[in-house]
Design a protein around this ligand. Structure first.
Ligand code: C5P
Length: 237
């Protein structure tokens, strides 16, 4: 796989014009993520607009509902031809199994374990889930694997554990990636691009550090170089 494909740029912007402007400045990008803001404001046709530009698309709508509704949602979404789709593992095993059955085309389905904005304190105090974030993420990822999902969305900090427990082929797609010295914003469980690749992350999801940079082209190029160097480092070791 071309290393540029490992970096999924989160297009967290709301207008087609803003996306067109940013894509012109990011000619080397191969994989993009469409989130709720963009999908809700521009609709399903936006996926074909991006696919027609030769881009791979991760449609990040984090489906979470009763099994029948999740089945129907994943069924229509996967017909849009996106490469990755996701749903919340917190919806439970049956919801994930039904969603997996609904999958069309070559779309891969990922389970969202715990959002990378969830801290240990929030997990225990607000969500009332006992134990550590790692324990919860591992449990959700095991359920996702049992349901036949292709992988999970998690923090890069959890990748090593998941790969050793669930196998290297179970995909890990990781937001919560920040270049060294970059602002965390609302992300809590973060790693640098180099650390994430060395941990075994398959895809890095990066938004604001690229799309809000003064020089998006340079920001993407720097991250790509860091990813390439991490792969070289992996081969040497
Ligand atoms: O701007 P930033 O790099 O923080 O963007 C990360 C992207 O990944 C956002 O679009 C966010 O919705 C998404 N995401 C996340 N944590 C998850 C799943 C998705 O941050 N667990």
């Amino acid at each position: 796989m071309n290393h540029a494909e490992r970096i999924i740029v989160a297009l967290d912007l709301d207008s087609k014009e803003a996306i067109e402007n940013i894509l012109v400045r990011l000619p080397d990008v191969r994989f993009v993520k469409v989130g709720m803001e963009l999908f809700y404001s521009n609709g399903p046709d936006f996926i074909s607009f991006l696919k027609d530009k030769g881009l791979k698309v991760f449609l990040d709508l984090k489906v979470h509902d009763i099994p029948n509704t999740a089945y129907r949602a994943i069924n229509v979404l996967s017909k849009l031809g996106c490469d990755l789709l996701n749903l919340h593992c917190a919806g439970g095993l049956e919801m994930m199994q039904r969603a997996r059955e609904a999958l069309q085309e070559d779309t891969k389905l990922l389970g969202v374990t715990q959002l990378t904005s969830t801290s240990q304190e929030m997990l225990n105090q607000q969500l009332k889930i006992p134990g550590t974030v790692d324990e919860c993420v591992l449990h959700y990822a095991q359920l996702a694997k049992e349901a036949g999902l292709h992988g999970v969305v998690c923090s890069p900090r959890e990748v090593k554990m998941l790969k050793s427990e669930l196998g290297v082929d179970f995909l890990t797609v990781t937001p919560g990636v920040r270049p060294a010295g970059g602002q965390l914003q609302d992300q809590k469980r973060v790693m640098t691009p180099r650390e994430a690749i060395l941990a075994g992350s398959d895809y890095l999801v990066i938004g604001r550090p690229i799309i809000q940079a003064e020089d998006p082209y340079g920001a993407f190029a720097d991250i790509l170089q860091e990813v390439e160097e991490a792969f070289d480092e992996q081969t040497i070791n």
